[in-house]
Design a protein around this ligand. Structure first.
Ligand code: NI
Length: 182
């Protein structure tokens, strides 16, 4: 089992749009395995590659005993129905706020072997998919909060114990995409 350091709010890699995966090789399989291990160890309901410092469009999820991954996700919203509920993020540890999301989502993408796959979800699964897909665009759930909640959230983040810790020491990756934000 290989867990990797989870990048925290303030790390530029979380604000860098991730690149499309074009090579479905062993390196990608290792990435998905590391994402799963790190997510399950945390534990969290989802984890996106940028959160472990990798700028590729991949995320994993663990919602209602459904564990999986998706590469190059493209989201569709079959209805306008919204949901309100508490949301958190492993990159913003220990904090959560109410965040509005769509209630239903369909995500098309690929699996680790490059085969086309789709995930359909409602409620928490839909929330997770939207949250993780946002990570791949450099968007954090804090950006999705209403103005008043966002102000409170940013203040709580500034005051969080982890906010002033030095970033984890990570080895430079040989993959050219990986180092873009560093
Ligand atoms: Ni997150």
């Amino acid at each position: 089992m290989a867990t990797r350091a989870i990048r925290l709010f303030g790390d530029p890699v979380l604000r860098t749009p991730a690149a499309e995966v074009t090579t479905f090789d062993k390196e990608l399989r290792v990435l998905v395995k590391d994402l799963l291990d790190t997510m399950l160890d945390a534990p969290g309901v989802g984890l996106a590659a940028p959160q472990i410092g990798v700028g590729l469009r991949v995320f994993t999820y663990d919602v209602d005993d459904q564990i999986g991954h998706l590469v190059n996700p493209v989201l569709h919203f079959p209805s306008d129905e919204d949901q309100d509920g508490e949301e958190g993020c492993l990159s913003v540890p220990g904090l959560s706020w109410d965040c509005k999301r769509k209630q239903h989502v369909v995500a098309h993408g690929q699996n680790v072997y490059g085969d086309p796959v789709s995930i359909e979800g409602s409620a928490l699964m839909a929330r997770c998919i939207q949250h993780e897909a946002d990570h791949l665009d450099g968007i954090l759930f804090v950006d999705r909060l209403d103005a008043e909640t966002k102000r409170a959230a940013l203040e709580a983040i500034r005051e969080a114990e982890w906010a002033n810790e030095p970033p984890p020491v990570v080895k430079a990756s040989p993959h050219p995409l990986f180092g873009r934000a560093r």
